[in-house]
Structure formats: C-alpha cells, structure tokens
Design a protein around this ligand. Structure first.
Ligand SMILES: [Zn+2]
Length: 72
C-alpha cells in the first residue's frame, strides 16, 4: 500500500484541551499551568455537581374519572 502525502507532522502535535494552543511537555495535556488549573476546576465542578435526572415518578395507573360517589 503506497503511502503518499503523509503530512501528519503538524497533527502529531496535540493541542491544549482548554485554549487550543500547542501543548507543552511540562504541562501536558495543556499548554500552561493556567490552562491545567482551569481544566481541573471544571472537572471538580462536574464531579461535585449531581447530574440532573428527569425521571417521572408517579403511579400513572389512576383512573381519569374521579367520581365522589355522591347520590345514588
Ligand atoms: Zn492552553
């Protein structure tokens, strides 16, 4: 399989997950300590926050007609 035009040189370099700048080896996978902290903050927030769940909690087996049973 002849491989031609393999220009993955630029793609090899990953980018910062926060701002998109080229990553720095020291702060991988971020470009700077600042970005690392920003991401950490986000992660913590997400970890602490409880995922909102919308679950319908109800019987749903109740009959639509509600007769008081008066008269008769
Ligand atoms: Zn960054």
């Amino acid at each position: 399989m002849p491989a031609k035009g393999s220009m993955s040189e630029a793609e090899t370099r990953l980018r910062c997950a926060v701002c998109g700048k080229p990553q720095e080896v020291r702060f991988k996978p971020f470009c700077s300590k600042r970005c690392a902290q920003i991401d950490l903050g986000r992660w913590l927030k997400g970890a602490y926050a409880i995922p909102g769940r919308d679950e319908d909690e109800g019987d749903g087996t109740n009959p639509p007609d509600a007769d008081p049973g008066e008269g008769g």
